[in-house]
Design a protein around this ligand. Structure first.
Ligand code: ADP
Length: 329
């Protein structure tokens, strides 16, 4: 059954002002416009997106509006990806939910909700289902398996990651265990390299196998927590950090180019091979896939330059047709 879903959807999510920002008397420069639901006003300029989630939007509505339709498509046999993009501290991890604090209750992020939805069996048709997961990260263009006892460096060959461990799961608790295990591995690896986990891309993948008598339909859903998008210029990096920042910039730039080709729906060449990130995500970024990008931003006047850079980047990935007319605020 075909579920009508837009193939590339770009949403923006604004996090609330933090206590630290409130203490500094920071204020919000971001405003949703009641008469133009797809336009976000930032310091008086309008940016158009498919969805806008303001600082009062809860995790449940972000999931229901921007991810749940995609899960239905995924369970119908299509490859999909949900990607969070933005500077460090804007809510990417909170939104996608790779952090162990976010597995339960109202603050549960996308991964928890996806897994619950899939394992509930509500999306399954007349078939037997087998679900597997994997968890990897990309740091400095290298891929690490987070589900092995020591984070293992893996080889990427012609669009597949060799020997990436996949775990079959039947319960939500099993998935949480693997997520926690992988998260701990991620922090250990980052600490050992004197790095920060926000400088790597984390990819949690769900594989869905539906067995219909004599044939199997397989699909994958990549849930991606991207590295912080602060560029080389902003970090003022040197040495190892500069190399890290350059690799992050390159990966993000190529990802934007791939998404841009997909969103234009043209026959243009899709440059998957230009970075490890796009190589690894090739299957879920194909012309038949559905992709949701959630762009995370801070509302604070103190972050305005970074926020504008993020929004411009996202606009380049997909030009949403709307009339961004706004009044100065
Ligand atoms: P990032 O992954 O982009 O570095 P985080 O997800 O770690 O950012 O978010 C930074 C902080 O802001 C965390 O303390 C997180 O709990 C909080 N936060 C982010 N988004 C929200 C939100 N929508 N509602 C409440 N708190 C949020």
């Amino acid at each position: 059954m075909d579920v009508p879903v837009e193939r590339v959807l770009v949403a923006v999510r604004v996090r609330p002002l933090s206590d630290k920002e409130n203490k500094k008397n920071a204020f919000s420069v971001v405003q949703a416009l009641p008469h133009e639901p797809k336009v976000l006003s930032v310091a008086g300029k309008g940016y158009a997106f498919d969805h806008i989630f303001t600082d009062i939007c809860e995790q449940a509505s972000v999931y229901e509006e921007s991810v749940r339709p995609l899960v239905k498509k995924f369970c119908a046999g299509f490859n999909c990806a949900v990607i969070t993009y933005g500077h460090t501290g804007t809510g990417k991890t909170y939104t996608i939910g790779t952090d162990s604090k976010l597995y339960e209750d109202d603050s549960a992020g996308i991964i928890s909700r996806v897994v619950k939805d899939i394992l509930s069996g509500n999306n399954t048709m007349d078939s037997k289902v087998m679900v597997e997961i994997s968890f990897m990260e990309i740091y400095n263009e290298e891929v690490y398996d987070l589900l092995t006892c020591q984070p293992t460096k893996l080889i990427v060959q012609v669009f597949s990651v060799q020997s990436l461990k996949r775990m079959q799961v039947t319960t939500y608790e099993e998935v949480l265990h693997h997520l926690e295990f992988g998260g701990a591995n991620r922090h250990t690896r980052a600490t050992a390299l004197n790095a920060h986990s926000s400088r790597s891309h984390a990819i949690f993948t769900v594989y869905y196998h539906q067995i219909f008598g004599d044939h199997t339909v397989q699909s994958r859903l990549d849930l991606v927590d991207l590295a912080g998008s602060e560029g080389v210029r902003h970090t003022g990096s040197r040495g190892v950090a500069l190399n890290e920042a350059k690799n992050i910039n390159t990966g993000l730039l190529h990802l934007r180019n791939v998404i841009s080709v997909l969103s234009k729906n043209t026959e243009d060449h899709i440059p998957y091979r230009s970075s490890t990130l796009t190589t690894v995500l090739k299957d879920s970024l194909s012309r038949e896939s559905c992709v949701t990008v959630i762009v995370c931003i801070s509302p604070s006047n103190l972050d305005i330059t970074k926020t504008v850079t993020t929004l411009q980047f996202a606009e380049e990935a997909k030009k949403v047709m709307s009339k961004p007319k706004v009044k100065e605020i």
